[in-house]
Each structure stands twice: as C-alpha cells, then as structure tokens.
Design a protein around this ligand. Structure first.
Ligand code: SF4
Length: 440
C-alpha cells in the first residue's frame, strides 16, 4: 500500500518518505510479533502528520524503527528515506536499498549502508539501512528531533536543565555537527547563550534553567524535553505521545507549541519543519494535524486530511469512526471488543471481529483504496492502491492557526482507506452497540 507517490516522483519538499515498512520481533519458541506491517506515508515540509490508534497498535515501534532504537530481536524491511528537504542536498551516492523481505535473525536493517537513491535529485538517507554511527552522529537530534513520551524519564535527574541543554547544543551544533561550517562554538559564553536561546524557543522560562528535573512541573519538564529536541535545529520532529500524563490544558499548550515550531521552521531559517506526531489522544490530534493516519494492529488503515477526519465528512474506515465515536463530546460509545494480539493476527482484516460491516470478503486483508465522492473504492486483494496525482509544493503557512488543516499538501492528497466496505449511502453504518468500555 502507499500513501503517496513512487519514490522516483516525490516532490522536493518531502522530508520523510516511508515505504512498505515492516517491523517484527522474534521471540523465544519461534513466536513472531508483527508490530508494523506494510506501512507507507510521507511527511512534507510545513506539515504535521498525526498517527493515531489504540495503545499497542505499533505506533511507538514505528517511531523507534525510524530512529534505529529497536531492540536486538527486531527485524525491519522496507525503507524510510530522509529527502533533500532534510538533508539540504547533503545526501551522498551509495548503495541501493535491499529488496523487500526480512534479514536474518537478530538484525535490525537490511544492509549496513546509510544511503539509497531516492529520486529527490540527490540520494536520500535510508534510516532503516543506516548504521548506528550514522544515526548517532548525523540523524538523531540533528536531522530528526525526538520529543519523547516521558520527559521525566528522558531528562537526566542529577543535572540541571541548563547543563543538559548546553551539553546537547555543544554535541549537536559543535564542530562535529553538520552546522559546524556555519559557526562552531567559541567559548563558554557562546554556548551558554545558545542553550538559553534553545530554551526560549521552547518557551522554557530562563528562571528555571538551573533547576533539576524533579523540581519541574509536568508541563515544564515537557518544555525542557522539547528544547532538547530543538537544540540541533532538526528540520523533522518526531513526537512520540508527547502529551502523555499531562492534563488537558497542558496538552493543548504542548501541541500548540509543537505546531508553532512546525510553522516557524528551524531557527537558522533553512527551510521549513515537518512533524510526525504519534498519539492516542484524538483531541490533541485535532489541534495540530494537517493529515491523520490511523493505525490498527500494525497497519495504517486510513490516511486523510485532518479537516475531513474531524469535520462533517468524517473518516471512512469503521475503526476510525469508532475512535471518534468513543470521544466524550461525540457518541461516547467505545469500540467494542479488543484488538488482536500482534503475535496472533487473523488471516484477513484484523478489525473484522469488532466490525459491524464485516462480510466474507473481509477474510482477505484489504488494501488501501481511494476515497471518491465520499465513498471508498475498495482495493482488490493485494492490488496496489491507486497512486494520487503529484502534490504541488507546499506554500508558506503564514498566518495558519493550529488545527486548520490548511496545508496544501494535505488538501492535495485524496483520502485512502483500507476496507472492503464501500461506505456509500446505500450501505449506512450500523447503529453502534452499547458495550462495556474497553481500553481506548
Ligand atoms: S475490511 Fe471488512 S472487517 Fe475490515 S473494517 Fe472493512 S468492513 Fe470491517
């Protein structure tokens, strides 16, 4: 399945292009956990793509795969290419990506090479094929900034925020970093100023810089984590459940802040940022998203414009609709049943046991089909999904407000849904059943 275009036709503003990503874990006694299956999407400059789904659906595993942070028993297949909009034309020729299929036991990538031809005009950097040295010295923090799920656990408890920021700035933007040519650090005063600037960009108060993490509120700890994520001026942000544990006001503040960083771009003015945000909080997603991707049992089952997803049209996939119906300000009816075990997935649609539309056709895995005139044109078996027309370059988001879904990239892409049900008016959704709450 694919969200967008084949890699040889991707527009130059694509920051990250994921194609056919699989992640599985090999467990004792031959058990295999298929955490991520055949996932494809793009993130463009100026865009926030929000990946939503219930806990345990593979969202955070996907984030770990992108940053090379999977455990040793993980295997990956597919590609996740950083484009020129991230690399700044710094890609280098190299070996191509290995073909589909998993490598041998115990490896997390297909080939220990960092570069693949991407069709961006110069080679991209395949995060799945990059070696640890490349990821550590070139990618994490510098090209991709991680906003972690648990800032309290992310921060070093025995060091002040200032100390951690200064160390991070020196490491990411010092002579060894890609920005060295633009001005390596000369002296402690410059480093101190740069750390203070990084804090200010994340709205972290200067008066709290000399505090330890345990002296910070949840909201300030999150801002400190955001400041660290921004310290390297990374053009792509990866926010993994950044609002976990925060109350609603802090959730709103945090996602608005992240949206602002997408809209304003890196501090050096070199291009614009994009963000992949992973969350199970649909209210947070509605504030920040340009596009929404819904993940279920390791697969993306729907990708669409956020304005459509949260607006009057609504999503098409029964699971996406169920997620929205579970919100307190909507039907407040939970999705019935529980997701399947990722180590024991059914042969057909993984949502079938919970779906009021399930038919015999659902015994095969649906591929992504385009949404045309509000109805789904289902994919047929394993036939590749329709490929949308090329999207135009994204214009500046000047004046865009959070949650507007105003990205031209977002509106240029049709919705894609993996479901056998056509969702036409003659096939209305059934009335939701009243069931005992499940985890959402
Ligand atoms: S493919 Fe079938 S079971 Fe799966 S969501 Fe669509 S209608 Fe429901």
């Amino acid at each position: 399945m694919t969200d967008v275009l084949p890699s040889d036709a991707l527009p130059s503003d694509v920051l990250l292009s994921v194609r056919g990503l699989h992640v599985r874990f090999l467990l004792p006694r031959g058990r295999v956990v298929s955490a991520v299956t055949d996932v494809s999407f793009d993130v463009r400059a100026g865009e926030c793509l929000v990946l939503v789904g219930e806990s345990g659906c593979g969202k955070s595993v996907l984030a770990s795969a992108l940053l090379g942070l999977l455990p040793g028993n993980a295997q990956t297949a597919g590609s996740a290419v950083l484009g020129d909009a991230v690399l700044g034309g710094a890609g280098a020729p190299g070996r191509g990506s290995a073909g589909p299929g998993f490598p041998g036991r115990g490896s997390t990538g297909h080939v220990p090479s960092g570069h693949v031809p991407s069709g961006f005009g110069s080679p991209g950097l395949d995060l799945l094929a990059a070696d640890e040295r490349t990821l550590a010295r070139r990618v994490r923090g510098r090209l991709v900034g991680l906003v972690p799920q648990s800032p309290a656990a992310h921060l070093t408890p025995v060091r002040t925020v200032r100390s951690q920021l200064e160390e991070t700035v020196a490491e990411l933007r010092g002579p060894r970093g890609p920005q060295a040519a633009r001005g390596p650090w000369r002296g402690r005063a410059a480093l101190r100023t740069a750390a203070a600037d990084a804090a200010e960009r994340a709205a972290f108060p200067a008066s709290h810089l000399d505090r330890y993490p345990h002296e910070l509120s949840g909201g300030l700890a999150q801002r400190a984590a955001v400041a660290l994520a921004l310290a390297g001026d990374a053009p792509l942000l990866l926010a993994d459940e950044p609002t976990t544990g925060l109350d609603r006001d802090l959730v709103d503040l945090t996602v608005d802040e992240l949206r602002r960083h997408v809209d304003t771009g890196p501090a050096d003015g070199a291009g614009r940022r994009g963000m992949l945000m992973i969350t199970h909080d649909l209210a947070a997603a509605s504030r920040v998203a340009d596009r929404v991707a819904v993940m279920y049992a390791g697969r993306i089952v729907e990708i669409c414009d956020a304005a459509d997803f949260f607006g009057a049209r609504g999503p098409r996939h029964p699971y996406s609709r169920g997620l929205l119906d579970a919100l307190p300000d909507r039907a407040f009816v939970p999705v019935p049943g529980l997701p399947p075990e990722l180590s024991d997935l059914p042969p057909g649609c993984a949502f079938a046991a919970r779906c009021g539309h399930a038919t015999r056709a659902c015994g095969t895995v649906p591929t992504l089909g385009a949404v045309t005139d509000g109805a789904v044109v289902p994919g047929a078996g394993r036939t590749p999904a329709p490929v949308p027309s090329p999207a135009p370059a994204v214009p500046p988001r000047a004046g865009a407000s959070p949650g507007t879904g105003a990205s031209a990239a977002a509106t240029a892409l049709p919705g894609l849904v993996a479901c056998h049900h056509p969702h036409r008016p003659e096939h209305p959704d059934p009335e939701p059943e009243s069931v005992e709450p499940t985890h959402a």
